[in-house]
Design a protein around this ligand. Structure first.
Ligand code: NDP
Length: 336
C-alpha cells in the first residue's frame, strides 16, 4: 500500500513516515528541495521511501505532477502547512499557503489520484478553540467545536494568523468534500501543542520547530530569567503519528475530527518537571513558583476528547512528564 505524505521533512511528518515504514507501507514524501529529500532519505535508510519535490504547496497545481507520477497512491496524508509565529505578511505567509495548499492537494487527488481512498489532514486544536472561549473555565471544547475566528481577526497578529490558517484550511477541506463528493474520505487530526523527541537525534538543532521550541526555549533561560506566559494543551508526537495512521486504518475515523490532547501545561509546569526530574539542569534554569501552573490551568476551558480516545482505543496519551523528559534528554545528549 502506497502512502503519500506532504511536508515529509516536518517534525510530526518525520515520525509519521518512520512509523509507516516500520509497518511496511511504501511512502512517497513531498519535500521542498532535492537537498531536503536526500537528507531525509539518508535518515530513513529505506528502499520503501522516495520523495517528490513540491517547492511551494500554494502554487496552483502544486501536487499535480507528483500524483501523476504515482497513480499507485491509495492514502494521502496532508501535513504540510506553515507553523511559525514570525510572519510579517500574515495573509501571504500563513493564511494563503495553508488554505490553498489544502485545496491544491485535494484537487490533485481528485484529478490524478484515482486510487486514493483516504485523506488524512493535519489540522490543529487551533481550528477547535477560539482565544476567548479558551480562557473561560466554564467552557468545554470537543471534537465538534470550531474556532470562530474571522479572516480579518486572523490578520491581527501572527498567533491569530496561525490559528486562522488552520481553521480556514480545515474548513476548506470539509467544504471541498461536500461540494465535490470525491471518491475519498477525509479525517482531520486536531492536536494541541505537540511535544516529544525529534524522530532522529541528528535533527536536534539550536533552534527547533515551533512547538518543540516551547520546551527548548526554557533550557535557554538563565536561573534569574523570566518564565514565559505560554500555556495550552499538549500531546506527544508519537501519539500524533499513531493517530495519523489510525486515521486511515480505522474505518470508524472516516469523516471524523480526532482531537488529540493529553492534558494542559504551562511553562511553569514544564520547569517544575525539569527541576525535579533532570538533575543536570539543577541551578541552571529558573525555579519560579513551583506548583503555580495548576492555578493557571484551572482558569482555562476544559478539553473533552473522550470520543477520540474511544475511537483510538487509547485510555491515556503519553503524559507531560514523559514527553518533556524525553524531549529534553535528547536535546541535552545532543549538546554533549
Ligand atoms: P514543521 O514546521 O516541522 O513542518 C511543517 C512542514 O510543512 C515542513 O516540512 C515544511 O517544509 C512544510 N511547509 C510549510 N510551508 C510550506 C509551503 N508553502 N510549501 C511546501 N511545504 C511547506 O511543523 P510541524 O511538524 O509541527 O507541523 C506539521 C503540521 O502539523 C502542520 O500542518 C501544523 O499546522 C500541524 N500542527 C502542529 C502542531 C504542533 O504543535 N507542532 C499542533 C497542531 C497542528 P520546510 O521545513 O522545508 O519549510
Amino acid at each position: 500500500v502506497s502512502v503519500f505524505v506532504s511536508g515529509a521533512t516536518g517534525f510530526i511528518a518525520q515520525h509519521i513516515v518512520k512509523s509507516l515504514l516500520k509497518k511496511n507501507y511504501i511512502v512517497i514524501g513531498s519535500v521542498r528541495s532535492t537537498a531536503k529529500g536526500e537528507h531525509l532519505s539518508k535518515l530513513l535508510g529505506s528502499d520503501n521511501f522516495s520523495y517528490e519535490i513540491v517547492e511551494d504547496i500554494e502554487k496552483e497545481g502544486a501536487f499535480d505532477a507528483a500524483l501523476q507520477k504515482h497513480p499507485e497512491v491509495s492514502i494521502f496524508l496532508h501535513t504540510a502547512s506553515p507553523f511559525h509565529f514570525k510572519a510579517t505578511d500574515i495573509e501571504k505567509e500563513l493564511l494563503l499557503p495553508a488554505v490553498n495548499g489544502t485545496k491544491n492537494a485535494l484537487r490533485a487527488i481528485q484529478l490524478h489520484g484515482k486510487n486514493v481512498t483516504n485523506v488524512v489532514l493535519t489540522s490543529s486544536y487551533a481550528a477547535i478553540s477560539t482565544t476567548s472561549v479558551e480562557s473561560n473555565p466554564e467552557n468545554t471544547l470537543t471534537e465538534d467545536s470550531w474556532n470562530e475566528i474571522t479572516w480579518d481577526l486572523a490578520l491581527k497578529d501572527p498567533v491569530s494568523g496561525y490559528r486562522g490558517s488552520k481553521t480556514f484550511a480545515e474548513k476548506a477541506a470539509w467544504e471541498f468534500l461536500e461540494k465535490n463528493k470525491p471518491q475519498f474520505s477525509l479525517t482531520a487530526i486536531n492536536p494541541s501543542f505537540v511535544f516529544g523527541p525529534q524522530a532522529f537525534d541528528s535533527e536536534v538543532k539550536d533552534s527547533l520547530n515551533t512547538s518543540s521550541e516551547v520546551i527548548n526555549s526554557l533550557l535557554k533561560l538563565e536561573p534569574d530569567g523570566t518564565i514565559p506566559p505560554v500555556r495550552g494543551g499538549f500531546v506527544d508526537v508519537r501519539d500524533v503519528a499513531d493517530a495519523h495512521i489510525a486515521g486511515f486504518e480505522n474505518p470508524e475515523a472516516k469523516g471524523k475530527r480526532l482531537l488529540l490532547n493529553a492534558g494542559r501545561f504551562t511553562a511553569q509546569s514544564i520547569i517544575d518537571i525539569l527541576n525535579e526530574s533532570v538533575p543536570e539542569l539543577k541551578g541552571k534554569i529558573p525555579v519560579g513558583t513551583p506548583g503555580s501552573g495548576k492555578e493557571v490551568i484551572a482558569s482555562l476551558a476544559t478539553i473533552d476528547n473522550s470520543k477520540t480516545k474511544k475511537l483510538l482505543g487509547v485510555s491515556e496519551f503519553i503524559d507531560l512528564k514523559t514527553t518533556v523528559v524525553d524531549s529534553v534528554k535528547q536535546i541535552l545528549d545532543n549538546r554533549k
